[in-house]
Design a protein around this ligand. Structure first.
Ligand SMILES: NC(=O)c1ccc[n+]([C@@H]2O[C@H](COP(=O)([O-])OP(=O)(O)OC[C@H]3O[C@@H](n4cnc5c(N)ncnc54)[C@H](OP(=O)(O)O)[C@@H]3O)[C@@H](O)[C@H]2O)c1
Length: 284
Protein backbone atom coordinates (compact mmCIF):
# COMPACT_ATOMS: atom_id res chain seq x y z
CA UNK A 1 0.00 0.00 0.00
CA UNK A 2 1.24 3.48 -0.76
CA UNK A 3 1.16 6.32 1.76
CA UNK A 4 -1.44 7.96 -0.45
CA UNK A 5 -4.46 5.66 -0.09
CA UNK A 6 -5.81 6.57 -3.50
CA UNK A 7 -2.64 5.39 -5.17
CA UNK A 8 -3.87 1.86 -4.51
CA UNK A 9 -3.88 -0.18 -7.67
CA UNK A 10 -5.90 -3.19 -8.66
CA UNK A 11 -9.18 -4.30 -7.21
CA UNK A 12 -10.03 -1.69 -4.60
CA UNK A 13 -13.71 -1.18 -3.85
CA UNK A 14 -15.03 2.38 -3.78
CA UNK A 15 -18.28 3.09 -1.93
CA UNK A 16 -20.50 5.93 -3.15
CA UNK A 17 -22.92 7.20 -0.50
CA UNK A 18 -25.79 8.88 -2.34
CA UNK A 19 -24.86 7.02 -5.52
CA UNK A 20 -28.05 8.01 -7.37
CA UNK A 21 -27.78 11.69 -6.43
CA UNK A 22 -26.62 14.67 -8.49
CA UNK A 23 -22.95 14.22 -7.66
CA UNK A 24 -22.88 10.55 -6.58
CA UNK A 25 -24.28 9.36 -9.92
CA UNK A 26 -21.63 11.33 -11.80
CA UNK A 27 -18.83 10.08 -9.56
CA UNK A 28 -20.02 6.48 -10.00
CA UNK A 29 -20.26 6.78 -13.81
CA UNK A 30 -16.72 8.15 -14.03
CA UNK A 31 -15.26 5.49 -11.74
CA UNK A 32 -17.03 2.69 -13.61
CA UNK A 33 -15.70 4.06 -16.90
CA UNK A 34 -12.24 3.71 -15.38
CA UNK A 35 -13.02 0.06 -14.56
CA UNK A 36 -13.22 0.60 -10.80
CA UNK A 37 -15.21 -1.66 -8.51
CA UNK A 38 -17.98 0.68 -7.35
CA UNK A 39 -20.58 0.04 -4.64
CA UNK A 40 -23.57 2.38 -4.56
CA UNK A 41 -25.36 2.88 -1.25
CA UNK A 42 -28.49 4.76 -0.27
CA UNK A 43 -31.92 3.96 1.19
CA UNK A 44 -32.97 2.14 -1.99
CA UNK A 45 -29.95 -0.15 -2.40
CA UNK A 46 -29.44 -3.65 -1.01
CA UNK A 47 -28.08 -3.54 1.60
CA UNK A 48 -29.64 -0.18 2.38
CA UNK A 49 -27.71 2.78 3.75
CA UNK A 50 -29.79 5.36 5.63
CA UNK A 51 -28.23 8.38 7.33
CA UNK A 52 -31.05 8.27 9.89
CA UNK A 53 -30.35 4.65 10.90
CA UNK A 54 -26.75 3.54 11.50
CA UNK A 55 -27.62 -0.16 11.70
CA UNK A 56 -26.79 -0.68 8.01
CA UNK A 57 -23.55 1.31 7.89
CA UNK A 58 -21.15 -1.53 8.80
CA UNK A 59 -22.44 -3.71 5.97
CA UNK A 60 -22.01 -0.86 3.48
CA UNK A 61 -18.39 -0.36 4.60
CA UNK A 62 -17.41 -4.05 4.54
CA UNK A 63 -14.41 -4.60 2.27
CA UNK A 64 -14.35 -0.97 1.17
CA UNK A 65 -11.03 0.81 0.44
CA UNK A 66 -12.30 4.34 -0.20
CA UNK A 67 -15.62 6.19 -0.22
CA UNK A 68 -17.33 9.27 -1.65
CA UNK A 69 -19.56 10.71 1.07
CA UNK A 70 -22.48 12.98 0.19
CA UNK A 71 -24.58 13.51 3.29
CA UNK A 72 -28.36 13.96 3.31
CA UNK A 73 -29.98 16.38 3.39
CA UNK A 74 -27.17 18.81 4.29
CA UNK A 75 -24.21 18.87 6.69
CA UNK A 76 -25.79 21.92 8.37
CA UNK A 77 -28.74 20.00 9.82
CA UNK A 78 -28.77 18.92 13.48
CA UNK A 79 -27.18 15.48 13.89
CA UNK A 80 -24.93 15.70 10.83
CA UNK A 81 -21.68 16.21 12.75
CA UNK A 82 -22.38 13.20 14.96
CA UNK A 83 -23.34 11.08 11.94
CA UNK A 84 -20.14 11.97 10.06
CA UNK A 85 -18.09 11.26 13.21
CA UNK A 86 -19.75 7.86 13.67
CA UNK A 87 -19.33 6.94 10.00
CA UNK A 88 -15.66 7.95 10.05
CA UNK A 89 -14.87 5.96 13.19
CA UNK A 90 -16.59 2.93 11.70
CA UNK A 91 -14.66 3.42 8.47
CA UNK A 92 -11.40 3.53 10.47
CA UNK A 93 -12.32 0.27 12.24
CA UNK A 94 -13.12 -1.34 8.87
CA UNK A 95 -9.76 -0.34 7.38
CA UNK A 96 -11.09 2.22 4.91
CA UNK A 97 -8.12 4.29 3.72
CA UNK A 98 -9.68 7.37 2.12
CA UNK A 99 -12.93 9.31 2.57
CA UNK A 100 -13.87 12.08 0.13
CA UNK A 101 -16.50 14.32 1.73
CA UNK A 102 -18.77 16.71 -0.16
CA UNK A 103 -19.36 19.78 1.97
CA UNK A 104 -21.22 23.09 1.66
CA UNK A 105 -19.21 26.29 1.20
CA UNK A 106 -19.81 28.94 3.83
CA UNK A 107 -21.76 26.66 6.18
CA UNK A 108 -20.29 26.90 9.70
CA UNK A 109 -22.01 23.67 10.74
CA UNK A 110 -20.55 21.84 7.74
CA UNK A 111 -17.10 22.92 8.88
CA UNK A 112 -17.75 21.12 12.19
CA UNK A 113 -18.46 17.94 10.21
CA UNK A 114 -15.24 18.51 8.23
CA UNK A 115 -13.35 18.71 11.54
CA UNK A 116 -14.95 15.43 12.69
CA UNK A 117 -13.70 13.84 9.48
CA UNK A 118 -10.18 15.21 9.93
CA UNK A 119 -9.93 13.78 13.43
CA UNK A 120 -11.12 10.21 12.87
CA UNK A 121 -7.85 8.76 11.61
CA UNK A 122 -8.86 7.97 8.02
CA UNK A 123 -7.19 9.74 5.10
CA UNK A 124 -9.50 12.42 3.73
CA UNK A 125 -10.20 14.90 0.97
CA UNK A 126 -12.86 17.59 1.44
CA UNK A 127 -14.72 19.22 -1.45
CA UNK A 128 -16.43 22.35 -0.15
CA UNK A 129 -18.78 23.42 -2.92
CA UNK A 130 -20.87 26.43 -3.86
CA UNK A 131 -24.45 25.99 -5.16
CA UNK A 132 -24.77 23.56 -8.06
CA UNK A 133 -25.87 24.47 -11.61
CA UNK A 134 -27.97 21.31 -11.47
CA UNK A 135 -30.27 22.73 -8.76
CA UNK A 136 -31.96 24.40 -11.76
CA UNK A 137 -32.22 21.23 -13.87
CA UNK A 138 -32.31 18.24 -11.51
CA UNK A 139 -33.49 19.50 -8.14
CA UNK A 140 -35.78 21.85 -6.25
CA UNK A 141 -35.57 24.82 -8.64
CA UNK A 142 -36.71 22.76 -11.65
CA UNK A 143 -40.47 22.86 -11.01
CA UNK A 144 -40.61 26.66 -10.96
CA UNK A 145 -38.60 26.94 -14.18
CA UNK A 146 -40.85 24.43 -15.93
CA UNK A 147 -43.92 26.29 -14.67
CA UNK A 148 -42.59 29.62 -16.01
CA UNK A 149 -41.99 31.40 -12.70
CA UNK A 150 -39.30 30.73 -10.12
CA UNK A 151 -40.21 32.26 -6.76
CA UNK A 152 -37.42 32.43 -4.19
CA UNK A 153 -36.57 34.37 -1.03
CA UNK A 154 -33.38 35.78 -2.56
CA UNK A 155 -32.64 39.06 -4.27
CA UNK A 156 -29.48 40.50 -5.77
CA UNK A 157 -26.96 38.36 -3.88
CA UNK A 158 -24.52 36.70 -6.28
CA UNK A 159 -23.49 33.06 -6.11
CA UNK A 160 -20.55 31.41 -7.95
CA UNK A 161 -22.66 28.42 -9.08
CA UNK A 162 -20.66 25.30 -9.96
CA UNK A 163 -21.22 22.36 -12.30
CA UNK A 164 -21.82 19.01 -10.55
CA UNK A 165 -19.69 17.53 -13.35
CA UNK A 166 -16.73 19.55 -12.05
CA UNK A 167 -17.38 18.32 -8.51
CA UNK A 168 -17.48 14.74 -9.79
CA UNK A 169 -14.21 15.26 -11.67
CA UNK A 170 -12.55 16.54 -8.49
CA UNK A 171 -13.92 13.61 -6.45
CA UNK A 172 -12.73 11.08 -9.03
CA UNK A 173 -9.28 12.65 -9.18
CA UNK A 174 -9.10 12.47 -5.38
CA UNK A 175 -10.18 8.81 -5.40
CA UNK A 176 -7.93 7.63 -8.21
CA UNK A 177 -4.85 9.85 -8.38
CA UNK A 178 -2.06 10.63 -5.93
CA UNK A 179 -1.66 14.01 -4.29
CA UNK A 180 -5.15 14.79 -2.97
CA UNK A 181 -4.95 13.21 0.50
CA UNK A 182 -5.40 15.70 3.38
CA UNK A 183 -6.52 18.48 0.99
CA UNK A 184 -9.58 20.70 1.23
CA UNK A 185 -10.73 22.01 -2.14
CA UNK A 186 -13.05 24.99 -1.96
CA UNK A 187 -14.69 24.78 -5.37
CA UNK A 188 -16.81 27.37 -7.21
CA UNK A 189 -17.78 28.14 -10.75
CA UNK A 190 -15.92 30.81 -12.77
CA UNK A 191 -18.51 33.60 -12.42
CA UNK A 192 -20.78 35.31 -9.89
CA UNK A 193 -24.44 35.24 -10.95
CA UNK A 194 -27.69 36.29 -9.27
CA UNK A 195 -30.59 33.83 -9.27
CA UNK A 196 -32.46 36.28 -11.51
CA UNK A 197 -29.58 36.34 -14.02
CA UNK A 198 -29.49 32.53 -14.00
CA UNK A 199 -33.20 32.35 -14.78
CA UNK A 200 -32.82 34.99 -17.52
CA UNK A 201 -30.07 32.89 -19.13
CA UNK A 202 -32.31 29.81 -19.05
CA UNK A 203 -35.23 31.82 -20.50
CA UNK A 204 -33.03 33.18 -23.28
CA UNK A 205 -31.60 29.82 -24.29
CA UNK A 206 -34.94 28.00 -24.13
CA UNK A 207 -36.77 30.88 -25.86
CA UNK A 208 -39.36 30.71 -23.08
CA UNK A 209 -40.96 33.38 -20.90
CA UNK A 210 -39.67 32.44 -17.45
CA UNK A 211 -39.94 34.99 -14.65
CA UNK A 212 -37.94 35.27 -11.49
CA UNK A 213 -39.76 36.68 -8.45
CA UNK A 214 -38.20 37.57 -5.11
CA UNK A 215 -40.35 37.14 -2.00
CA UNK A 216 -39.77 37.84 1.66
CA UNK A 217 -38.43 34.78 3.54
CA UNK A 218 -41.45 34.87 5.93
CA UNK A 219 -43.88 34.78 3.00
CA UNK A 220 -41.90 31.96 1.37
CA UNK A 221 -41.94 29.89 4.55
CA UNK A 222 -45.71 30.48 4.80
CA UNK A 223 -46.06 29.12 1.23
CA UNK A 224 -44.06 26.01 2.17
CA UNK A 225 -46.13 25.50 5.32
CA UNK A 226 -49.32 25.84 3.29
CA UNK A 227 -47.97 23.11 0.97
CA UNK A 228 -47.35 20.97 4.09
CA UNK A 229 -43.60 20.73 3.48
CA UNK A 230 -41.94 18.98 6.47
CA UNK A 231 -40.64 21.32 9.19
CA UNK A 232 -37.03 20.13 8.98
CA UNK A 233 -36.94 20.85 5.22
CA UNK A 234 -38.38 24.33 5.88
CA UNK A 235 -35.67 24.87 8.52
CA UNK A 236 -33.00 23.97 5.96
CA UNK A 237 -34.47 26.27 3.28
CA UNK A 238 -34.60 29.15 5.76
CA UNK A 239 -30.99 28.47 6.77
CA UNK A 240 -29.71 28.28 3.19
CA UNK A 241 -31.53 31.42 2.01
CA UNK A 242 -30.78 33.56 5.05
CA UNK A 243 -27.39 32.43 6.40
CA UNK A 244 -25.55 30.94 3.42
CA UNK A 245 -26.93 33.45 0.87
CA UNK A 246 -26.15 36.52 2.99
CA UNK A 247 -23.27 37.58 0.74
CA UNK A 248 -20.55 35.54 2.46
CA UNK A 249 -20.02 33.44 -0.68
CA UNK A 250 -19.85 36.32 -3.16
CA UNK A 251 -16.36 35.42 -4.34
CA UNK A 252 -14.73 32.82 -6.53
CA UNK A 253 -12.07 30.32 -5.54
CA UNK A 254 -9.63 28.29 -7.61
CA UNK A 255 -10.34 24.88 -6.05
CA UNK A 256 -11.20 23.24 -9.39
CA UNK A 257 -7.94 24.45 -10.93
CA UNK A 258 -5.98 23.34 -7.85
CA UNK A 259 -7.42 19.83 -8.06
CA UNK A 260 -7.67 19.37 -11.83
CA UNK A 261 -5.33 21.89 -13.46
CA UNK A 262 -8.16 23.36 -15.53
CA UNK A 263 -10.84 26.03 -15.13
CA UNK A 264 -14.39 25.20 -14.01
CA UNK A 265 -17.20 25.14 -16.58
CA UNK A 266 -19.33 28.23 -17.20
CA UNK A 267 -23.03 28.47 -16.38
CA UNK A 268 -24.00 29.52 -19.91
CA UNK A 269 -22.37 26.40 -21.40
CA UNK A 270 -24.31 24.28 -18.89
CA UNK A 271 -27.56 26.07 -19.80
CA UNK A 272 -26.97 25.47 -23.51
CA UNK A 273 -26.41 21.74 -22.99
CA UNK A 274 -29.29 21.30 -20.52
CA UNK A 275 -31.70 23.27 -22.73
CA UNK A 276 -30.92 20.90 -25.61
CA UNK A 277 -32.13 17.95 -23.50
CA UNK A 278 -35.60 19.52 -23.19
CA UNK A 279 -35.52 19.44 -19.39
CA UNK A 280 -36.86 23.02 -19.15
CA UNK A 281 -39.74 22.65 -21.59
CA UNK A 282 -42.94 24.13 -20.19
CA UNK A 283 -46.16 22.33 -19.33
CA UNK A 284 -47.43 20.24 -22.26
N1 LIG B 1 -27.22 21.32 -4.10
C1 LIG B 1 -26.23 22.18 -3.86
O1 LIG B 1 -26.18 23.27 -4.45
C2 LIG B 1 -25.15 21.82 -2.88
C3 LIG B 1 -24.07 22.69 -2.74
C4 LIG B 1 -23.03 22.33 -1.84
C5 LIG B 1 -23.12 21.14 -1.12
N2 LIG B 1 -24.23 20.34 -1.30
C6 LIG B 1 -24.32 19.11 -0.52
O2 LIG B 1 -24.47 18.02 -1.39
C7 LIG B 1 -25.04 16.92 -0.65
C8 LIG B 1 -26.05 16.24 -1.52
O3 LIG B 1 -25.37 15.72 -2.65
P1 LIG B 1 -26.11 15.55 -4.01
O4 LIG B 1 -26.77 16.84 -4.39
O5 LIG B 1 -25.17 14.93 -4.96
O6 LIG B 1 -27.22 14.51 -3.62
P2 LIG B 1 -28.76 14.50 -4.04
O7 LIG B 1 -28.93 14.78 -5.49
O8 LIG B 1 -29.47 15.33 -3.05
O9 LIG B 1 -29.05 12.95 -3.94
C9 LIG B 1 -29.74 12.29 -3.05
C10 LIG B 1 -29.01 10.95 -2.87
O10 LIG B 1 -28.99 10.69 -1.49
C11 LIG B 1 -29.74 9.51 -1.22
N3 LIG B 1 -30.45 9.75 0.04
C12 LIG B 1 -31.48 10.57 0.28
N4 LIG B 1 -31.83 10.53 1.57
C13 LIG B 1 -30.99 9.65 2.17
C14 LIG B 1 -30.84 9.16 3.49
N5 LIG B 1 -31.64 9.54 4.49
N6 LIG B 1 -29.86 8.25 3.74
C15 LIG B 1 -29.04 7.83 2.75
N7 LIG B 1 -29.12 8.25 1.49
C16 LIG B 1 -30.10 9.15 1.19
C17 LIG B 1 -30.63 9.30 -2.44
O11 LIG B 1 -30.95 7.95 -2.69
P3 LIG B 1 -32.18 7.19 -1.96
O12 LIG B 1 -33.39 7.99 -2.27
O13 LIG B 1 -32.14 5.84 -2.56
O14 LIG B 1 -31.86 7.16 -0.50
C18 LIG B 1 -29.72 9.83 -3.55
O15 LIG B 1 -28.78 8.82 -3.90
C19 LIG B 1 -25.64 17.52 0.61
O16 LIG B 1 -24.84 17.20 1.72
C20 LIG B 1 -25.57 19.03 0.34
O17 LIG B 1 -25.42 19.77 1.51
C21 LIG B 1 -25.21 20.64 -2.15
Amino acid sequence: MSINGSEMMGSETILILGGSGKTGRRVAERLMAKGKDVRLASRSTVPAFDWTDSSGWAAALDGVDAAYVSYQPDLAVPGAVEAIGTLCRLAAEKGVKHLVLLSGRGEDEAQAAEEALKQCGVGYTIISASWFFQNFSEAFLLDGIQAGELILPVGEVKEPFIDADDIADVAVAALTEPGHMGKTYEVTGPRLITFGEAVADIARQTARDIRFTTVDIGDYVALLEEAQIPADYIWLIRYLFTSVLDGRNESMTNGVAQALGRQPRDFTDFVRAAAATGVWEGPK
